[in-house]
Design a protein around this ligand. Sequence first.
Ligand SMILES: Cc1ncc(COP(=O)(O)O)c(C=O)c1O
Length: 383
Amino acid sequence: MSLFNVYPLNPIAITKAAGSRVWDDKGQEYLDMYGGHAVISIGHTHPHWVSRIEDQLHEIAFYSNSVIMPIQEQLAMALNDISGKKDYQLFLCNSGAEANENALKLASFHTGRKKIIAFKKSFHGRTSLAVAATDNPGIIAPVNETQNIIFLPFNDIAALEACFIEQGAEIAAVIIEGIQGVAGIHEASDAFLQAIRKACNDFGALYIADSVQCGYGRSGQFFAHDHAGVNADIYSMAKGMGNGFPIGGILIAPHIQAKFGMLGTTFGGNPLACAAALAVIEVMQNENLLIAADQKGSFLINALKNIQGVKVVRGRGLMIGFEMEEGLEDVRKVLLNDLKIFTGEAKPNVIRLLPSLAITMDDINLFLTGLNKAIQLLKQKAT
Ligand SMILES: Cc1ncc(COP(=O)(O)O)c(C=O)c1O
């Protein structure tokens, strides 16, 4: 049987990982500035994470959500603590798309309305409503097409207000990434997030903060949306939450009431996933990773701005995107093939850095040296 061929693959087989390093099947070492697409929050195979999961395996790996699971309650307490969203409620699932799907569905149940505002270039996942709210017709199957999503320009307060004035009574929710990831690292402005909060309050809609990629400390705050100083009604989380163990979830404001059967899942919140997520929070707290993301990210962003050949740098904390000057577009390939450094990409020409929040300064400097070398190599090839 062959694998369903949906991913354009790098011809590299990664078989081992530790911290910010990965190794291929031939023993070649790579520096991981990509974090497996923003998933590796505390570092690959962190010893505390490994032993937390191992210990849990010996206790219980799975039981259905029909019984009390104390470890889910522990995770809810830990999330209250680290996120500062004190009276919020937690619903657990398995991925980012599922988190957004549940968030959107919950907003519709809560308001009794159907329309969702999403933004140009957004990415919210590949399940039916999450993909419908994603601004990429290429991944929306005919069955996912719906008239219920309104796409507005990103960071355009006037367009948002006009839409609410016209259709406010029908709008269930606004969904927005605090920093658009797949689009190439574009931050929502504080003023825009504040305007969303106000419009949702005025018209009885819910503000959904898609924090799947920009959350979990990556921006230097627990949620990138926190930089704007307003609370969302629902935060969706996934990627960094389990450091690679599949888990997602939504934090739900206290004014939204649960009803039996409203949401549900077989695997969501299983004890193994909760153990992984608890390990992540414990390491984030013990190693001060939010502060580290803020400080190391600022250093990296400033350093990138001073590299000749780098055209634009965007982002916050350790969620960074940059573009190269003309003629240097292949820098990402050179970094991977010649210098053994993984980075991410966004179309058309953005390089994304999404490393572990525990990356060392030595590794950051190694990356910067590598980038300079890659630029020199490309310039030599061109002459
Ligand atoms: C902002 C955002 N939301 C949702 C998702 C979907 O997450 P998943 O792939 O876990 O379903 C992603 C994935 O890249 C994302 O970046």
